[in-house]
Design a binder for this molecule. Structure first.
Ligand SMILES: Nc1ncnc2c1ncn2[C@@H]1O[C@H](COP(=O)(O)OP(=O)(O)OP(=O)(O)O)[C@@H](O)[C@H]1O
Ligand SMILES: [Zn+2]
Length: 721
């Protein structure tokens, strides 16, 4: 009797046993189709001894239906899936699903029919066809994907196919990617770069798990340095994974990669077309895609021969996923490297305190690049005390910053103003009755977006056009915008410097990799004088002519009392400051604040990073916060407020009473209504040595809740709302 145990993709079910029919061969990791009741379900064959399940007698077993034409998930990836499920207190199925992230890829290679413009343009066009012609320039995809891009119906595009404006192209989804050449354009490394690179290269050649913290100041050439390790892995026939925190950064990375290795890397992110996903997934699984650059989900790709993982801007909090499986890609990257026995490089100019602590403890090796490449110097940082230098009423830029902007414009140099707030104004109210515009689905204010003429909720996407009259008192033209967002700052710059060419850079304007590329090209061509942007422009970009950075409100991040508030403010301001003076001309940074003596502001002004981190570390130790103690959150939600509260109370009522575990709450979450769900929260603080996950499982497993209740566990939470 040939029986196997399978992990099936249904989180509510445990592992199931099946019979392997005559003539079929499977091994652990094989991806299979299995019967489940009247349906078919995808599963992965697993080592039975690692997956306890209730024994079903042989006679009752149903046969597997099919082995899917992909390589079995390798043992290191299976161990990673187990580790994630265990550590993040979630089901194996929901983690495994992230590894099999292209259902088309599982069904095999083959051809897909895509369409592209033929170049034939009839003299007369309907407005819809004209719009499609305009937006589809340079695009290729299925009818569905193109319809999405062009904003027209499938039928319009089918009509264009018949009219010879679009043509079909057969695309082989298994066509290989061009291979990067490790010797294509080797840089001359500085002595300090060469020293760091040599260590990483040696680790790649040794095929050993070695974690590195590449701690280099902004502009020190971290990319060039870790690229040597990438080159070594390619030369050895191995694959490389590079994780970036945001798609917006991918474009400039692609360009630099191509300059160094002759071809672009393979990309992996949520906006890939399904045919691109299928191709990338399969080429990764067959070992042909050599270097993959991607968002956090790339971590679970089924690499055949991984040789190195790089996490760039490793301090970024966007590596933490806050829905579905709540994992931290930086930490999972280290675990994957461990299971794969390969080195991992965490690169940052402002490492997370957790990472520095690991280096201190000797668990990570710290590689330091103390100076900027090519003789560029770090910028001068000055504090502008807003209590003394008040901007005029309704404006946000203090006279010193305005003068500096004028000066740069005269000299033909570029400036960057940073404010981490999208839109025009974070709050809108009625001058007459004081009514505040709030999201009906969330406990949050609606943010005015003047460019797109809407009031929008940044949590759930709800939006309405700004009304002419107050919905509360009916008064007309009485709405006032309170506080600044980047759009408002851009308006202010335009009013002060009418000749300046201003670019607004937020996730509302850089909506695609192509838009990001266009922005980079314009900035490099000096077609922009002043960039006004959110955290999107704080990192990664390299504009040699940019010599002034203004931080509009350094205090914003300090509000709210988040555990990492000071650290995050430090990182954000230091990163954005790091955009200044990267070329030959020295840079200057002005930080606007009402709290010039806050330790984080003083540390930024004096450039004393070590002292700041040392003080933060002590504060964390005192508070039993990470990396010394551990936090977890339990978030209970339901569309019914009473149901959510009752469930949260039931959890609170059975909280474990352990010496080393402190349970706080339940209490309404700060964001007590989110996407129409009422939220309650419990926080758990434990000693490092506690088996926190086991405690939480044993606590929650026996509890049963009303069907509308969701209970989510967030281990090592970053968001406390
Ligand atoms: N060895 C080198 N040879 C030639 N150019 C280099 C070298 N090292 C760095 N550079 C150039 O110096 C600039 C800064 O490097 P890079 O952007 O990699 O810095 P970084 O450390 O990633 O900075 P940040 O953390 O601010 O993003 C880039 O234009 C890069 O191409
Ligand atoms: Zn909302």
């Amino acid at each position: 009797m040939n029986r196997v145990r399978c992990l099936v993709f249904n989180a509510a079910l445990g592992p199931l046993d099946y019979r392997v029919p005559e003539g079929m061969t499977v091994e652990p990791g094989s991806v299979v189709v299995a019967p489940l009741g009247p349906r078919q379900i995808v599963g992965v064959v697993w080592e039975a001894e690692r997956l306890p399940a209730s024994e079903v007698p042989d006679a009752k077993l149903r046969p597997l239906l099919q082995v899917l034409p992909v390589p079995p998930l390798a043992a290191p990836l299976r161990r990673l899936i187990e580790w994630c499920a265990d550590y993040y207190v979630t089901s194996l199925a929901s983690v495994a699903r992230m590894a099999l992230s292209s259902s088309a890829a599982l069904r095999g290679g083959g051809t897909v029919t895509e369409y592209r413009l033929t170049g034939h343009e009839p003299a007369r066009l309907t407005p819809q066809r004209a719009q499609a012609l305009d937006l589809l320039n340079g695009q290729q995809g299925t009818i569905r994907e193109l319809a999405e891009i062009a904003g027209v119906s499938d039928a319009v595009l089918r009509g264009m196919v018949n009219a010879g404006i679009l043509e079909a192209v057969l695309v082989d989804s298994d066509r290989p990617y061009p291979a990067p050449d490790p010797r294509h354009a080797e840089p001359d490394l500085s002595a300090e770069q060469a020293e760091a690179a040599a260590k990483m290269v040696a680790a790649v050649e040794a095929h050993e798990f070695r974690p590195y913290l590449l701690d280099g100041v902004t502009g020190s050439g971290k990319t060039e340095t870790y690229s040597e390790a990438i080159a070594a892995a390619i030369a050895q026939g191995r694959q490389v994974l590079v994780l970036l925190p945001e798609i917006a950064l991918t474009e400039s990375f692609l360009k630099r990669f191509e300059a160094r290795f002759g071809v672009p890397p393979v990309t992996w992110h949520s906006s890939l077309k399904s045919s691109e996903r299928r191709r990338a997934w399969r080429q990764v699984a067959f070992g042909q895609a050599r270097v993959v650059v991607g968002a956090r989900s790339a971590l679970f790709l089924p690499f055949a021969r991984l040789g190195l993982i790089v996490v760039d801007e490793a301090h970024e909090i966007s590596f933490k996923q806050d829905d579905g499986v709540r994992y931290n890609a930086r930490d999972v990257a280290v675990m994957r490297a461990h299971f794969e026995s390969v080195p991992v490089v965490l690169a940052s100019a402002t490492p997370a305190l957790e990472s520095l602590q690991m280096a201190e403890a000797g668990r990570y090796e710290r590689l330091v690049l103390p100076s900027r490449f090519g003789g560029a110097t770090l910028p001068d940082i000055r504090v502008v005390d807003l209590r003394e230098q008040q901007p005029p009423r309704g404006q946000w830029l203090a006279p010193a910053l305005v003068d500096a902007l004028k000066d740069r414009l005269l000299k033909g140099e570029q400036s960057l103003l940073f404010l981490n707030r999208r839109g025009y104004a974070p709050l809108t109210l009625c001058r007459t009755c004081g009514h505040r515009f709030q999201c009906p689905n969330c406990s949050a204010w609606l943010v005015e977006h003047r460019l797109s003429r809407r009031l929008a909720c940044h949590h759930c996407g709800y939006e309405v056009p700004p009304p002419d009259a107050c919905p509360e008192c009916g008064e007309k033209d009485c709405l006032v915008a309170c506080g600044p967002g980047v759009e408002r700052i851009a308006d202010e710059v335009a009013a002060i410097l009418p000749q300046a060419r201003v670019a607004l850079v937020t996730s509302d304007t850089l909506t695609s990799p192509a838009k990001a590329a266009e922005f980079v090209a314009q900035a490099e061509a000096k077609a922009i004088d002043v960039i006004v942007g959110t955290q999107l422009v704080t990192k990664g970009f390299h504009f040699p002519e940019l010599t002034l950075v203004g931080v509009v409100d350094a205090d914003m991040g300090l509000e709210g009392g988040d555990l990492r508030a000071a650290e995050r403010t430090y990182q954000q301001v230091a990163q954005v400051a790091g955009r200044a003076g990267r070329g030959e001309k020295p840079g200057e940074v002005l930080i606007q604040t009402r709290h010039p003596d806050a330790p984080v502001i003083e540390a930024l002004a004096s450039g004393d990073r070590d002292a700041f981190y040392a003080a933060e570390t002590e504060a964390r130790r005192e508070a039993n916060a990470p990396p010394f103690g551990r936090w977890a959150a339990i978030i209970v939600s339901s569309e019914d407020e009473a149901e959510a509260r009752d469930a949260a109370r039931a959890i609170g009522g059975t909280a474990p009473r352990l010496k080393d575990v402190l349970v706080l709450g339940p209490a309404p979450a700060p964001l007590s209504l989110l996407r129409g769900r009422y939220r309650y929260r419990l926080l758990i603080n434990a000693r490092r040595s506690t088996e926190l996950q086991r405690v939480i499982r044993e606590w929650l497993d026996p509890l049963r809740f009303a069907p509308g209740v969701r209970v989510a566990v967030d281990v090592d939470p970053y968001s406390f709302v």
